[in-house]
Design a protein around this ligand. Structure first.
Ligand code: CDP
Length: 255
């Protein structure tokens, strides 16, 4: 499918997504998919993380602070943050053409913008902090899974931050809101809203990313935000646990 065809592909097949008050995978409306997080999985990266969120499997690698190449991209008073989201060709049902496309460029941009205010860039003038996220297996919510993995990799790399980013989506399917949609819900639902929050001192401080695909009422959007906040706190606990596991004796920066 070329990009033009993708733009025109707006008609969705109807699939019943809520059967007897349950989601297709048996989850409750406010239930996350099973999450697995492991910090420090790559030897060469300064910080890394492997994360599964349902059937999503992603790896994050952080390099830096280090010298920026090309040099003209250096900033005299702060670090440059770069974020590259990439989907492996084998991560999706129909083989994805390797390399960046419009979607991955957009995801990389909004993800970087979520981290920009959180990373203490002013401490590292002229240097660069590079965040790479690779999707090995995709099942909707890869941008949220990658943000969650990147946070753990950044902490693993010892990058000073003002808070931690935690991300989860809420979808509207068959007229109800559901937390952390999987592929069927994302594809056939009425709306999909990924959120990312800044969590500081154990509390949600602000919203770092919201994207909306579809349609919701203002009331639904308010409820979706509350659902996402609850989900994010659960994920945050798992991110902390993964970090603690690696640095059993070390306290986390923010506390
Ligand atoms: O993954 P995320 O929900 O952040 O982004 P999306 O653009 O809403 O994509 C939803 C899902 O569609 C992905 O997670 C993949 O499972 C699937 N997808 C695909 O099969 N082929 C692509 N080229 C892009 C996405």
């Amino acid at each position: 499918m070329n990009e033009m065809d993708e733009d025109l592909e707006i008609k969705k097949e109807y699939i019943q997504l809520i059967v007897d008050g349950k989601r297709l995978d048996g989850r409750g409306f406010e239930e996350l998919r099973p999450i697995k997080i492991e910090a420090g999985v790559l030897k060469r990266a300064d910080g890394s993380c492997y994360l599964e969120m349902g059937r999503n499997k992603v790896v994050a690698a952080v390099y830096g602070p280090r010298e920026v190449h090309p040099r003209h991209m250096q900033e005299p008073s702060k670090a440059v943050v770069r974020y590259r989201y990439n989907m492996a060709p084998f991560s999706v049902e129909e083989r994805k053409r390797p390399g960046p496309d419009r979607r991955s460029v957009e995801i990389s941009k909004v993800s970087r913008e979520a981290y920009e205010p959180v990373i203490m860039k002013e401490l590292f003038p002229r240097s660069g902090i590079d965040i790479f996220v690779e999707v090995l297996q995709a099942d909707a919510g890869t941008r949220t899974a990658c943000l969650n993995a990147a946070t753990v990799a950044l902490v693993d790399a010892g990058i000073p931050m003002r808070g931690l980013i935690t991300s989860v989506a809420v979808a509207k399917v068959d007229g109800v809101l559901v937390l952390d949609p999987m592929k069927e819900e994302d594809n056939h639902g009425e709306a999909d809203v990924p959120f990312a929050f800044v969590i500081r001192n154990g509390r949600i401080e602000s919203i770092a990313l919201v994207q909306m695909d579809g349609k919701m009422t203002v009331e639904e959007m308010k409820k979706a935000t509350e659902m996402a906040k609850k989900g994010a706190m659960e994920i945050y606990a798992l991110q902390r646990e993964a970090i603690m596991k690696k640095y059993a004796a070390v306290e986390i920066e923010e506390e």
